[in-house]
Design a protein around this ligand. Structure first.
Ligand code: F6P
Length: 320
């Protein structure tokens, strides 16, 4: 293998740049040429690419977002689109591809490999922490710290005004962000997509705790693929409890910003490891399990589900 490509796809995540830097520099050290593909699969289809040098990935380790740009590409969902992508790669002499992204990215990459024989290696980059085969995804740590900072501020207002606040965080199918900030932020409850919400029981709990003398509460609600669903929940809680909840949707604030040290270290490790996976034939994702780099079949990374962190939910409720 002499020339490889790298792209970032799906939602941007802090630390993606550190992963790009690591992959590029590790690959150059192995004598490979690295082509940066812009705007994810959309840019690949459009042939938007150019060679990356060591210098070009200097001073990006600390930057949020992705210098390569990203997209969610409809055309890549279609086999014809993937065939075209393989032709573009072949035309550019790219013999292996590193994809940095989440479930959707790996789904597309698995099909590209199966249908077109393209060698692909994955790096888990998404704030959602919903990728099987890695304890943490790149961007998750930064996102929960960003959300936590916001929740600490909201707590000041909740305490001063003696209010109930519902704070919506991201997480399409995974409640990991909500659980992380819920426990670290001392939330009264955490509503996650993996476990159906029993609003009647929650209303009952809230009434009881406020009768016992509680004067402020924060409930963390995972967006669950429907940004703003927290407003409906707030209406129901108002009806059930007579409390006047305030709502805060943190939204995309959680996606940007300077990556934490933890995300930069994870990204540096996994970005470099992905190059070795490609050289070993691809078809795998570089994850981190129990502090060690792990090789996970790319198919498992998006097809298998991670265990729901019921232990964290229990901690949050126990300490509320
Ligand atoms: O996958 C990351 C994520 O931030 C999810 O938590 C969220 O549901 C989704 O992306 C939002 O996507 P977009 O930025 O395309 O609206």
């Amino acid at each position: 293998m002499r020339r490889i490509g790298i792209l970032t796809s799906g939602g941007d995540a802090p630390g993606m740049n550190a992963a790009i830097r690591a992959a590029v520099r590790h690959a150059l050290g192995k004598g490979l040429e690295v082509i940066g593909i812009r705007r994810g699969y959309a840019g690949l289809l459009a042939g938007e690419m150019r060679a990356l040098t060591r210098a070009e990935v200097a001073n990006i380790i600390q930057r949020g977002g992705t210098v390569l740009g990203t997209s969610r590409c409809e055309e890549f969902l279609d086999a014809k689109g993937r065939a075209r992508a393989a032709a573009v790669l072949q035309g550019a002499g790219i013999e292996g591809l590193i994809v940095v992204g989440g479930e959707g990215t790996f789904h597309g990459a698995t099909l590209l490999a199966a249908e077109q024989g393209v060698k692909v290696a994955g790096v888990p980059g998404t704030i959602d922490n919903d990728v099987y085969g890695t304890d943490f995804t790149i961007g998750f740590d930064t996102a929960i710290n960003t959300a936590l900072e916001a929740i600490d501020r909201i707590r000041d207002t909740a305490a001063s005004h003696e209010r109930l606040f519902l704070v919506e965080v991201m997480g399409r199918t995974s409640g990991d962000i909500a659980l992380g900030v819920g426990v670290a932020g001392g939330a009264e409850d955490v509503l996650i997509p993996e476990i159906p919400t029993d609003l009647i029981a929650l209303g009952h709990e809230l009434r009881q705790s406020w009768q016992r003398g509680k004067r402020s509460s924060i409930i963390v609600v995972a967006e669950s693929g429907e940004q703003g669903r927290v407003f409906r929940i707030a209406d129901e809680i108002r009806e059930l409890t007579g409390l006047e909840p305030r709502v805060c949707v943190l939204g995309h604030i959680q996606r940007g910003g300077t990556p934490t040290a933890r995300d930069r270290i994870l990204a540096s490790r996994l970005g470099a490891a992905a190059v070795d996976l490609l050289l070993d034939g691809g078809g795998t994702m570089a994850g981190e399990v129990c502090g060690k780099v792990a090789r996970v079949p790319l198919k498992d990374a998006w097809e298998k589900r991670r265990d729901v962190r019921v232990d964290l939910l229990a901690v949050a409720r126990d300490l509320a």
